[in-house]
Design a protein around this ligand. Structure first.
Ligand code: 4AD
Ligand code: MG
Length: 485
């Protein structure tokens, strides 16, 4: 089949006046004449005009919503006002029928909750097709950015035997008979007989392996699925999500922040350039949704304005200690409106992150120098003179990037490269040094300052699409009690 995409039929002016064949799914069929056809290459439909005198009634009756149809005809300037060109159909063939009575998604507005239950078909709606085309642009842009910056795509494993990072609860990987596993004399499961000869789990992060890569290749990034078995049923958490983790030798915290900000801006610029019609659709969708909310809950900027604003302005960079001071002076703190009390040493909750970003600075914020006790063992301990050092307590060279409407989108740090400091910290935090002998070897042999971060792909896609629930930006969400499709 020599098909023309609907995107090129609509955009490529040299095709006007030629005969082309297109194929796609029927969005609507009206006046017994006009098929709005969509093939997924663009959010826009091609109007295919059939002549009822040439196409028999039985065939016309099959142009139901979501039927697959192929049309051949001349692409001509449109008679109607909605589009530049339309297809004057000379031959039409139904490739796959779609029973109008039982097809679950009607050409009307459905709730996102309903569409989540129809996840296998929801890609055929404007909203979801726009989201997943943008998700592609973001994914491709990530590879593009790191390639341009000299990073090597490094494949960290999905199955891991170490449970040491402490990033979250892990899923077990096992081939043992779940009903009667081999047991030690004391009754506990004997994993020596399991597939890997030991307990294995799905990874929560590829960082520790990426560090090994960076300390030889210089610059690497991972980009793969990540699993966390935490029971958080929120609009920001998935049990399976995609994470991008760059890691670079000879890079300090400032370089890490610059890399993170550069990545975010590169991706936003790419989406604005390549997905403008999808963004315009989502922008209008968001406005409509917000109009049904009370005024004070509406955002000041529309989606495209928000993206342009983030692209054109430097991110605010503050220390954790400064963040706490701002929160202590804030109205919601003084009026006791925060759910969690504010004090130096606590982890920032998403209400605090969103206050800083949405109310105080009104732009993305990078927070550095968090208290050591709330951050992972591998983060570099600050000394007097280091950025983010505080005399209120021990801090580490962590950095979290906070985005409007989302909160934390990136978490990263400069790593502890000093073996003695790292070992002491691991002992303090009960991280088993024997299990991580291979990680510690990098600090024994040719250790250097290095840094990296993790970007949650879905959180970023939430931001660029203006969607509110993370389940709507991954094709098949995995969340507690839900893995249907
Ligand atoms: O802050 P996190 O836990 O950091 C790490 O895993 C480090 N190893 C990263 C590094 O330094 N290489 O996770 C990083 C990001 C978060 O900022 C968030 O965007 C996303 O991953 N994330 C989730 N996204 C969806 N669902 C979840 N359950 C997530 N947990 C983290
Ligand atoms: Mg984090």
């Amino acid at each position: 089949m020599d098909l023309t995409t609907i995107k090129s039929a609509l955009d490529n002016e040299t095709l006007t006046g030629t005969t082309i064949t297109v194929a796609g799914w029927v969005r609507t069929f009206r006046n017994d004449r006009f098929i709005a056809l969509n093939d997924g290459t663009t959010i826009r439909n091609l109007q295919c005009v059939v002549d009822p005198a040439q196409v028999d009634e039985a065939t016309r009756a099959r142009f139901t919503t979501s039927a697959a149809v192929q049309c051949t005809g001349e692409l001509v300037p449109s008679q109607g006002s909605g589009q530049r060109v339309e297809l004057k159909v000379s031959a039409v063939q139904v490739l796959g029928d779609s029973d109008a009575e039982s097809y679950p998604i009607q050409p009307k507005k459905h709730s996102l909750e309903f569409l989540r239950e129809q996840a296998h078909l929801r890609f055929r709606t404007n909203t979801y097709s726009a989201i997943f085309r943008i998700r592609h642009q973001v994914s491709f842009g990530i590879h593009e950015y790191f390639d341009q910056q000299g990073y090597n795509y490094f494949h960290s494993p999905i199955i891991t035997a170490s449970d040491a990072e402490g990033a979250g609860e892990m899923f077990r990987v096992s081939t043992l008979d779940a009903n009667s596993p081999p047991r030690h004399e004391n009754g506990s499961v004997d994993f020596r007989e399991d597939f890997f000869g030991r307990e294995a789990r799905l990874t929560v992060s590829g960082q520790l392996q990426a560090e090994l890569g960076a300390l030889a290749l210089g610059k690497v990034y991972t980009f793969g699925p990540t699993f966390r078995a935490e029971n958080s049923n929120t609009a920001r958490h998935l049990a399976e999500f995609w994470m991008i983790e760059p890691e670079a030798a000879f890079m300090d915290l400032k370089g890490d922040m610059d890399l993170a900000e550069g990545l975010c801006k590169h991706l936003i610029a790419r989406v604005l350039r390549n997905s403008l019609d999808d963004l315009q659709f989502l922008d209008a969708r968001l406005k409509e949704e917000e109009n049904s909310r009370p005024k004070e809950q509406r955002s000041e900027l529309g989606l495209i304005d928000r993206l342009t604003f983030v692209l054109e302005n430097p991110f605010e960079r503050i220390t954790y200690t400064e963040a706490i001071d701002i929160l202590l002076r804030s109205k919601p703190h003084q009026k006791k409106q925060f759910q969690y009390p504010v004090e130096w040493g606590m982890d920032l909750q998403s209400e605090h992150e969103r206050y800083l970003v949405e109310k105080h600075f009104k732009k993305p914020v990078i927070v550095t120098g968090y208290p050591a006790q709330i951050k992972a063992f591998y983060m570099r301990t600050n000394a007097p003179g280091d950025f983010g050092y505080s005399d209120k307590g021990k801090t580490v060279a962590a950095m979290d990037v906070l985005f409007p409407g989302i909160g934390e989108i990136i978490g990263g740090s400069q790593r502890e490269e000093r073996l003695d400091v790292l070992e002491a910290r691991m002992a303090e935090m009960n991280v088993p040094t024997e299990e991580l002998w291979w990680y510690l070897d990098t600090r024994r042999f040719g250790t250097v300052p290095h840094a990296g971060f993790g970007l949650g792909l879905e959180r970023f896609v939430l931001f660029v699409t203006g969607m509110g629930n993370i389940r709507d930006v991954i094709p098949f969400p995995r969340t507690p009690k839900s893995a249907e499709f």
